[in-house]
Design a protein around this ligand. Structure first.
Ligand code: PLP
Length: 393
């Protein structure tokens, strides 16, 4: 059975070109970039070329790129660096819809005596910027707001937010794990201090990420050890994956227009088709201020897990809530923060596409999913009660 993979916000396929570029660094060029000999030196040169490619994708200088092991490490490094750099400031501001890589770190810091303000979002998943402005005080060490949400794809106006935060004298960290490579960003034209990227969300392998650190931003290493990464992260570098991340960023830059035309058109056809074919279904998140690859739909009166299971039997791989929260039957923290009605919060499915999806994939989804929903609703006592009360009106 062919797999129709529409779970690209959970992880992506490594692009074959990325893999090809990585392979020699396992078998031929396996030197340690810190070694003095030519064998290490040529690896260091390759790492620096990869750094240039990552920097180029986001309009940064290569010296502002730190390689990490994942998006979570980038998020943790950024926030901990900011609070350690300003020990007199014991307050953080974030949002209720961040990834657990930020939210759970904030909870951990609260146990250590930090005060954390979690900003609410509205029904479309958007922030109130006046509320954000009011929340930042002279005691706020760092404000952490994501570029785009992993569950709904909703995009926050992070350039504007950066301006507000800098005016107030705080550090601004932005989790761009879902946005990097999908929408343009240019660090030379904004005031973001720290920005997180993860390889496996943009067709590089798992286990590699990057943190952008604006020149002049105070910094403390998270991993304390050797002098690697100019003393900003101890540990021998994961060379093949760094090479892969560089290539993936280069390709992401080349495919940016396609992401915003072809992928967006496929996503829109999928979304429109399901909204038309399946009654009692709605979109979660702002319809326009959204990543081009993501749609999050609520199918009322059924469980997302059951939908996923039946879709999986048909070879369709999607997600309910975020990948990290699926498996629990609680509606995701993002949908709860948006106030998505209970009747649809449980039956929410996230479809997230990539440049590897085709028109045929969408045809299959539009053929199979409405039948799956109808079948599950037949079994749902809530749906039957609802049907009966509608008929009696
Ligand atoms: N931030 C966001 C918005 C994410 O979607 C994810 C992963 O889903 C992460 C951070 C964590 O990234 P990683 O899996 O590379 O640790």
């Amino acid at each position: 059975m062919r797999t129709i993979y529409v779970d690209n916000n959970a992880t992506t396929r490594v692009d074959p070109e990325v893999l090809r570029e990585m392979l020699p660094y396992f078998s031929e060029y396996y030197g340690n970039p810190s070694s003095m000999h030519h064998f290490g030196g040529q690896v260091m040169e390759a790492v620096n070329r990869a750094r240039e490619k990552v920097a180029h994708l986001i309009g940064a200088d290569p010296s502002e790129i730190l390689f990490t092991s994942c998006g979570t490490e980038s998020d943790n490094t950024a926030i901990l660096a900011a609070i350690q750099s300003y020990p007199e400031k014991r307050h953080l501001v974030t949002t209720r819809v961040e990834h657990p890589a930020v939210l759970n770190l904030c909870k951990h810091l609260m146990k250590q005596g930090y005060r954390v303000t979690e900003l609410p979002v509205n029904r479309e998943g958007l922030l109130d910027l006046d509320q954000l402005r009011d929340a930042v005080t002279p005691y706020t060490a760092v404000v952490s707001v994501m570029f785009a949400n992993n569950e709904t794809g909703v995009i926050f106006p992070v350039n504007e937010i950066a301006g507000i935060v800098k005016e107030k004298g705080s550090v601004f960290h932005c989790d761009a794990v879902q946005a990097a490579g999908k929408i343009p960003m240019d660090m030379s034209r904004n005031q973001i201090d720290l920005l997180s990227i993860s390889g496996h969300k943009l067709h590089a392998p798992k286990g590699v990420g990057a943190l952008y650190i604006r020149r002049g931003t105070r910094f403390r290493p998270f991993l304390i050890g050797g002098h690697q990464e100019h003393g900003r992260r101890g540990g021998t570098e994961n060379i093949p994956s760094i090479i892969g991340l560089g290539k993936a960023c280069e390709l992401a830059g080349e495919h940016l227009i396609e992401e915003n035309t072809k992928v967006r058109a496929l996503r829109d056809r999928l979304e429109k088709g399901l909204l038309e074919k399946v009654p009692r279904t709605w979109l979660n998140g702002h319809p326009a201020l959204r990543l081009p690859n993501t749609t999050n739909l609520s199918f009322e009166y059924i469980e997302g897990e059951a939908i996923l299971l039946l879709m999986s039997k048909e070879g369709i791989a999607a997600s309910s809530g975020s990948a990290c929260t699926s498996g629990s039957l609680e509606p995701s923290h993002v949908l709860r923060a948006m106030g998505v009605p209970f009747t649809g919060a449980h039956g929410s499915i996230r479809f997230s596409l990539s440049r590897f999806n085709t028109d045929e994939d969408i045809d299959v989804i539009l053929e199979k999913v409405p039948a799956i929903i109808a079948r599950l609703r037949e079994l749902s006592p809530y749906w039957k009660r609802q049907e009966k009360s509608l008929r009696s009106i």
